[in-house]
Write a protein that binds this ligand. Structure first.
Ligand code: IMP
Length: 428
């Protein structure tokens, strides 16, 4: 069966772009299925850093066709910028290689303004969104008043819908005494972006199904992570889409009969950006050690917002849950190299909540806030692991750490990354 789905097993930023980049080397198609430019995938190839927000990481592999699926919300102006940036780096980004679903939804300037206005109104209950207009765009989609990308093929109609959306939001802003959106300043860039993007529009659902029927290898690239899923995540501190396995099928429009592998990507420790409980969060020197200084692009600072990420010990409770929600067939563990030099390492194996032990995260935020991790302590290792390529060559304690993750999640480990370069992978 030809489809492999790649999903973040934590709160996003697990290194999915890197996993996709590796798996895409023999893929025919790489398709993104959810979210928008709230995502940030950093890739490091031949000493060059590529930061992608919308276009799938597979674009760096010349044989792969990249798809932005119907489940996505797309800022067309930013998509054009990304196409231009990649083209300037010598990457072929033509309509033969990149397709935008006519059913994807457009992020308008109104959505971006509303994202900021709503965050401000939340006061000290902020969600910590990326301010890219993601939530308001999905709200309009579900409310059946969104603008689909396909509308860009009829410019007059598209501009009318865009104008109407901005004017409606301006009415609301006027009522609330807030600054209005400058309609004229936005229409021209949106019009230009629509003209540029029209050749990329396609019925990607039909395309993908035809390709899957003829056995094309499709890698589905997840954004965000399972704990940010609007259904399965730590609600309400989540994104507004479904980054988990169901979202892949509905966000691309094909059935489970084509799915062969569902690979979870998990960092060897925990990170989170934005608000919401994080039971294994660390502070002080240990957190700083995991985060890095920000000098390296792989340090724990947001690709999209630059915010320092919250860091903590590995949380096997949420990993176990992500394995259950998605039915992972295997796991990819990233950034094991960062753990070299710790005398000992902790893994949360269960939570204590109001005196009761729980092997899974609770469904309410209140309970998650009260969850006390029950830790298991493992001995660390001092060796540099970045040059290791075979599991049996890892230091004994590093191998035991990886094996313990597999055991706690009852899911096999497929590969482990030990550095930012394409080939810095340890295989079983
Ligand atoms: P939104 O997706 O911009 O609405 O943000 C909602 C929550 O998801 C916030 O806590 C963001 O920090 C988080 N989030 C969204 N996209 C990403 C991502 O790609 N990586 C990590 N966190 C993300």
């Amino acid at each position: 069966m030809p489809a492999t789905i790649i999903i973040g097993a934590q709160w996003g930023d697990e290194g999915k772009g890197r996993a996709v980049d590796w798996l895409a080397s023999d893929a025919d198609i790489v398709a993104r299925y959810s979210g928008g430019d709230n995502a940030g995938h950093t890739l490091y190839v031949n000493s060059e850093v590529f930061k992608l927000h919308l276009i799938p990481s597979g674009i760096l592999h010349p044989q792969a066709v990249c798809v932005l699926g119907n489940g996505m919300v797309v800022n067309p102006v930013n998509m054009v910028k990304e196409i231009d940036q990649l083209s300037a780096m010598g990457i072929d980004v033509t309509p033969e290689r990149l397709m935008l679903s006519t059913r994807a939804h457009i992020i308008t300037p109104a959505h971006i303004t509303l994202d900021s206005v709503q965050e401000k109104a939340r006061g000290d209950q902020k969600l910590g969104t990326t301010l890219r207009g993601i939530g308001p765009a999905y709200l309009d989609k579900i409310g059946r008043k969104g603008i689909r990308a396909g509308k860009m093929s009829d410019l007059e109609n598209y501009l009318e819908a865009l104008t109407q959306a901005i004017e409606q939001t301006n009415e609301q802003l006027r009522r609330d005494g807030l600054p209005l959106i400058d309609l004229d300043a936005h229409l021209q860039p949106y019009l230009e972006a629509a003209e540029r993007l029209r050749p990329f529009l396609a019925d990607t659902t039909v395309f993908l199904n035809e390709q899957l029927r003829s056995n094309a290898q499709v890698v589905c690239e997840g954004a965000q992570g399972t704990l940010l899923d609007v259904d399965h995540g730590s609600y309400p501190f989540v994104t507004s889409s479904s980054p988990s396995v169901g979202g892949a099928l509905s966000g691309l429009g094909f059935g489970p009969k084509y799915v062969d592998r569902v690979i979870g990507v998990a960092k060897a420790f925990s990170t989170r950006v934005g608000s919401g409980a994080m039971p294994t969060e660390l502070e002080g020197a240990l957190a700083q050690r995991l985060r890095g200084t920000g000098e390296n692009f792989w340090d724990e600072f947001g690709t999209t917002t630059g915010r320092p990420r919250r860091c903590g010990w590995l949380d096997a409770v949420i990993l176990r849950y992500a394995c259950a929600v998605n039915g992972f067939t295997e796991l990819i563990i990233t950034k094991l190299d960062i753990l070299s030099g710790f005398e000992e390492l902790k893994i949360a194996i269960a939570y204590q909540i109001h005196g009761e032990r729980s092997d899974y995260p609770p469904s309410t935020m209140e309970e998650l806030q009260h969850a006390q991790p029950i830790y298991e302590t493992l001995p660390g290792w001092s060796e540099d692991v970045s040059g290791i390529r075979r599991m049996e060559d890892l230091p004994k304690n590093a191998r035991a750490y990886v094996e313990r993750i597999a055991e706690l999640c009852d899911t096999p480990i497929y590969t482990v990354s030990v550095g930012p370069e394409r080939d810095q992978l340890v295989h079983a």
